[in-house]
Design a binder for this molecule. Structure first.
Ligand code: GLC
Ligand code: GLC
Length: 806
C-alpha cells in the first residue's frame, strides 16, 4: 500500500493523506537555520544546534507525536480547519503534502476554500518563510479569520524540558505591529532573539499560550480561534507563543496571500539594546523587509530551486530503471545533504538533545557528499580533525555550535580515527586538492597545537598500528562501528551507558571489522603518501597493511565467513562455534572491500554466506542467529529483543558495504540485488509494512526474528545515505573519482542495459555512455580507444565524451 507517489519531474514526493503510519518528514535549511517539517506541518526549528539554539518547541513522546510545529487555522463560519490537517484535525475535502528539495507545500480544500501553504528557508538567511494563500472557489463571499501559531522554546532544549521551576518565570516578549519578538534570557547572557511576523497588518495577536488555548485545551481547539478572537496578550513567564489573527473577506474567485517569517537574529554584544530593556531590532527589521512581498518570496523560492538544479546536475544518470534514476538523481543525494548537515543530531527519532556531530558518522556522511559542495566538505574535515587527540584517538562527538569534543562520551572508539583517513582520501579523489593536507589543524581544539592535517591522518593510521591485540588484530576499545558490541563493558546495572561504562578500553578484545578498515584505508593512506611524494612512508604503511591482512586471513577467517571479533577473554564472536551470533555482516562487507583473502576466494564465500544466513526480503540482517539472552561480555547488542537494531535487524548502513564488496569481486548480480532490497523506492508498495518514508533510508528494518518483521525505524539520519551514493554511483554504475582522475569501471548486470551518466568533475563535464554490446572494447574517450579505466585528463579541457563498451 502507498500513501502517495513520486513526482520526479518536480523532485517531490506527494503524500496524499495526513494519516501516514508515522509522521513523514522533510528538512528545511542549508546552513545555519534548520527546520524539520512533517506532512502535517509539525516539527521544530533551530539555529545551528538543535540542543543549544532551539527556536520552537517540540514535545517528545507527545500524542499524537506530531502536534505542534507550524500551526495554521482557518475559521470559516463555525468550521475551523488547518491546511496541513493538524492542528485543527478537521476532516478536509482534499489534502496534499509535497516534500521537495528543501521545501514542503500543502494544498487543501474545505467548503469551497482552497489553501496553499509553502515552507522553506531562503538561501543565506536565518529564517523560515511560510506563505499562506487562500482562494475562494465557492459562489458566495467568504468571511474568514486566519490564525498563525508557533510555540517558543526557551533556547536550550534540554533545560526547556526539565527546569520548569526557572523556565516558567523567564519568558519575555515584545510586540511591535505584526512582529512578535521572543527575547527570553536576552536581558542577561544571550545576544540572540527570534521573531515571528507577517507582511500585513494583523487584526490581533496572542503570545500567552494559556489565553490562546483556554483552560484545559490543546492545540487542536484553541478557544480564541473558536471564538474568532485574539487577546493581544504579551506573555510574561509561563509559555510564550506567537499567534497572529487576520480577518479576510474573499469574493467568489478571489485570492489573497500572506508571507509569514520566523527569524533568528544575533546582535553584537555592544549593540544589544535600542533603549533600556528594548531590544535592538534593526537587523530584524532589515531581514523582515527583505521578504515582505510575494515577489520576494517567489524570487527566494526560485533561488532555492536553482540551487538544487545546480547541485543535482553534478551527477545525473539515465537508465531504463526509473527507480534507480529517481533515487540516484534526487533522493539519495538529497538525503546525503541532510546527513551532512545533521549528522545524527536532529530528526524525529534523534531528539537533537543528545549527541551532536559524530566523528565516525560525519566522516562517513562526507563520502557521499564530496561531489556536491567540496568546499564545505573541506571545512567539515578540518572541524572533525580538530577534536582528535595527540595520540591519534579522538573524541567521539562534538557539539555543532561550539565545535568542541563532547566530554560526556569521551573517546575510545577505535574505528574512529580511520574514518578521518577515509573522508580525506575521498576529498582528494574528488578535488585533486592536496593543500588540505597542509592545513594547520589543532588537536582537541587546543590553540598552539596545530599540525598539518597530514599529521592527523598519520596519527590515525599509527593509532591502529600501535593498538593491536593478541592476534595482531586491532583492539576494539569501547566499540567499533557497531556501537552495541561492547566487549569491554560488562555492565550489570540498568542505566549505565554501554558505550562509556567498563573497567577499561581493553587490552584483549579485537575487532576483525577494524582490521578490514585498516587494510582498506591503510592502502588509501599509502596512495596519498605516494601521491604527495612520501614514498618511504607509503612503503612502510603498505608493510603494516600486509601484516594486518595476514593476521586477518589467519585469525579472522572462520572457514565460510569472516569472524567478527575476539572478546575480552579471547573467545570468538561471530563464529560457527558460537551458539548465537554465529555470523555478522560487517566484516563480510569490509574485509571483502579491503581485498583480504582475495586470492583464496574468501570474499565470494563470505558473500555466499550472507545470502545463506542473513538475506531477507528487505535487505541483509546484521547477524544471525539473534541473541536471545543478555550476554554481559557482549554488551548492548544482546540487550535488544531479537530482530531489532543491532541484534538482527537490517541495519541498513552496512548493506551498501556488501554491495560495494560484491563489485570488488565482480559480482554484479549480488551488488544490484543488495542495492535494491533495502532501497526505499523499491519498498514504496509495502509502505504499510515499512511505515517510514519511501524516499529516504531509515536506520533499521526489523529482521525476521522480530515481532514486526519488515517495519523500519529511525528515518533520515543514517550513514546509509552516503554509502549508498558511493555504492550505486561509483561501484555499480562505475563512475569513480581517483587520485589521478575519473575512472570508468561499471559493475552492472546484463539486464540493467545501457545507460548514460553526466558527471561534473574537477572543472570539466563528462558525458558518459555505458554500452553493453558484448564487444568488451572498454574505454573510448572522444573517439579514441584508451587502455584501462582512467580517463586521461587534459589540462584546460572542459568537455569529455566517453563511451565504455562491455
Ligand atoms: C548509529 C550510530 C553509528 C553507529 C551505528 C551502529 O547509527 O550513529 O555511529 O555506527 O549506530 O551501531
Ligand atoms: C545505541 C544504539 C546505536 C547508537 C548508539 C549511540 O547503542 O543502538 O544504534 O549508535 O546508541 O548512542
Amino acid at each position: 500500500m502507498k500513501y502517495g507517489f513520486f513526482d520526479d519531474a518536480n523532485r517531490e514526493y506527494c503524500i496524499t493523506t495526513p494519516f501516514t503510519p508515522l509522521p513523514w518528514i522533510n528538512y528545511l535549511g542549508n546552513d545555519g537555520f534548520f527546520g524539520l517539517i512533517s506532512n502535517t506541518a509539525g516539527g521544530y526549528c533551530f539555529y545551528r544546534d538543535a540542543k543549544l539554539r532551539r527556536i520552537t518547541r517540540y514535545r517528545y513522546n507527545n500524542i499524537p507525536n506530531d502536534i505542534g510545529g507550524r500551526l495554521y487555522y482557518i475559521k470559516d463560519g463555525n468550521t475551523v480547519w488547518s491546511p496541513a490537517y493538524r492542528p485543527a484535525e478537521t476532516e478536509l475535502d482534499s489534502y496534499e503534502c509535497r516534500h521537495g528539495m528543501g521545501y514542503t507545500t500543502f494544498n487543501s480544500t474545505k467548503d469551497g476554500v482552497n489553501a496553499k501553504l509553502t515552507f522553506f528557508v531562503p538561501l543565506g538567511d536565518a529564517c523560515e518563510l511560510h506563505r499562506l494563500e487562500v482562494v475562494n472557489n465557492s459562489n458566495e463571499t467568504k468571511d474568514l479569520t486566519l490564525y498563525s501559531g508557533i510555540e517558543w522554546c526557551l533556547w536550550n532544549a534540554v533545560d526547556d524540558s526539565q527546569n520548569y521551576q526557572r523556565n516558567l518565570s523567564i519568558g519575555e516578549l515584545e510586540v511591535i505591529g505584526s512582529t512578535i519578538y521572543h527575547k527570553t534570557e536576552y536581558r542577561e547572557r544571550r545576544n540572540h532573539y527570534a521573531f515571528f511576523t507577517v507582511n500585513t497588518e494583523v487584526d490581533g495577536f496572542d503570545t500567552d499560550r494559556d489565553v490562546f488555548l483556554g483552560a484545559g485545551r490543546a492545540w487542536n481547539k484553541p478557544v480564541q480561534v473558536e471564538n474568532g478572537k485574539s487577546g493581544n496578550t504579551v506573555a510574561s513567564g509561563w509559555y510564550p507563543i506567537a499567534s497572529h489573527s487576520i480577518k479576510v473577506t474573499l469574493a467568489p474567485g478571489e485570492k489573497k496571500s500572506y508571507v509569514f517569517q520566523l527569524g533568528y537574529i544575533e546582535v553584537p554584544r555592544d549593540q544589544k539594546w535600542e533603549s533600556k530593556g528594548i531590544i535592538n531590532k534593526k537587523p530584524a527589521v532589515e531581514l523582515i523587509n527583505k521578504y515582505n512581498s510575494d515577489a520576494a518570496f517567489e524570487a527566494a523560492f526560485k533561488a532555492l530551486k536553482d540551487y538544487w538544479d545546480n547541485l543535482l546536475s553534478i551527477y545525473h544518470v539515465e537508465s531504463k530503471d526509473e527507480k534507480v534514476n529517481r533515487m540516484v538523481n534526487i533522493w539519495h543525494q538529497y538525503q546525503v545533504m541532510v546527513t551532512f548537515n545533521m549528522s545524527r543530531s536532529a530528526s524525529y527519532w534523534e531528539t537533537g538533545i543528545g549527541r551532536g556531530m559524530g566523528f565516525r558518522d560525519s566522516c562517513q556522511d562526507l563520502l557521499g557528499f564530496m561531489h556536491l559542495i567540496p568546499e564545505r566538505a573541506r571545512d567539515r574535515i578540518i572541524d572533525i580533525a580538530s577534536i582528535q587527540f595527540e595520540n591519534g584517538s579522538t573524541y567521539h562527538q562534538y557539539q555543532p555550535l561550539t565545535k568542541r569534543g563532547n566530554a560526556d562520551i569521551g573517546g575510545g572508539f577505535n574505528d574512529d580515527p580511520l574514518w578521518l583517513v577515509a573522508c580525506t582520501a575521498a576529498y582528494i579523489r574528488e578535488t585533486g586538492d592536496t593543500t588540505i593536507l597542509d592545513h594547520p589543524t589543532p588537536f582537541n581544539n587546543v590553540e598552539g597545537s596545530e599540525k598539518p592535517l597530514m599529521e592527523h591522518l598519520r596519527r590515525s593510521i599509527n593509532f591502529t598500528i600501535n593498538n593491536k591485540g593478541p592476534h595482531g588484530l586491532p583492539l576494539i576499545g569501547r566499540a567499533d562501528w557497531n556501537d552495541c558490541l561492547n566487549l569491554n563493558c560488562f555492565s550489570e546495572e540498568p542505566g549505565e551507558s554501554f558505550q562509556t561504562f567498563g573497567p577499561s578500553e581493553g587490552p584483549v578484545a579485537e575487532s576483525v571489522f577494524i582490521a578490514g578498515m585498516f587494510v582498506k584505508y591503510g592502502k588509501e593512506y599509502a596512495d596519498i603518501c605516494d601521491y604527495v611524494g612520501l614514498k618511504d612512508e607509503a612503503d612502510s604503511i603498505r608493510a603494516e597493511v600486509e601484516k594486518v591482512k595476514t593476521a586477518t586471513e589467519e585469525f579472522g577467517w572462520d572457514g565460510e565467513w569472516f569472524l567478527r571479533a575476539y572478546d575480552a577473554y579471547g573467545n570468538k564472536v561471530g563464529s560457527n562455534e558460537c551458539e548465537e551470533g554465529k555470523i555478522f555482516i560487517e566484516p563480510q562487507g569490509f574485509c571483502t572491500m579491503a581485498g583480504i583473502g582475495q586470492e583464496k576466494g574468501f570474499g565470494a564465500k563470505a558473500l555466499d554466506s550472507l545470502y545463506k544466513y542473513l538475506v531477507n526480503d528487505y535487505g541483509i540482517e546484521i547477524l544471525a542467529p539473534c541473541y536471545t539472552t543478555y550476554h554481559v561480555e557482549l554488551g548492548e547488542i544482546s540487550s535488544y529483543p531479537p530482530g531489532y537494531k543491532e541484534n538482527g535487524a537490517i541495519f541498513t548502513h552496512n548493506n551498501p558495504w556488501c554491495s560495494v564488496a560484491a563489485t570488488v569481486i565482480g559480482d554484479a548480480e549480488k551488488a544490484f540485488d543488495i542495492y535494491k532490497r533495502s532501497c526505499p523506492a523499491f519498498l514504496e508498495d509495502v509502505s504499510e509494512i515499512h511505515r517510514t518514508e519511501p524516499y529516504v533510508y531509515s536506520q533499521m528494518i526489523a529482521g525476521r526474528a522480530a515481532v514486526h518483521y519488515g517495519e523500519a525505524k529511525n528515518s533520515f539520519l543514517t550513514g546509509t545515505a552516503a554509502w549508498v551514493v558511493v555504492d550505486i554511483t561509483q561501484a555499480i554504475l562505475g563512475v569513480q573519482p581517483t587520485l589521478q582522475g575519473l575512472s570508468i569501471k561499471p559493475c552492472v548486470t546484463k539486464d540493467f542495459g545501457n545507460y548514460s551518466v553526466v558527471r561534473k568533475y574537477r572543472g570539466a563535464k563528462y558525458d558518459i555512455n555505458v554500452i553493453q554490446d558484448g564487444s568488451g572494447k572498454g574505454l573510448v574517450v572522444d573517439g579514441a580507444a584508451v587502455e584501462g579505466n582512467l580517463i586521461p585528463a587534459v589540462e584546460g579541457k572542459k568537455e569529455y565524451k566517453v563511451e565504455f563498451y562491455i
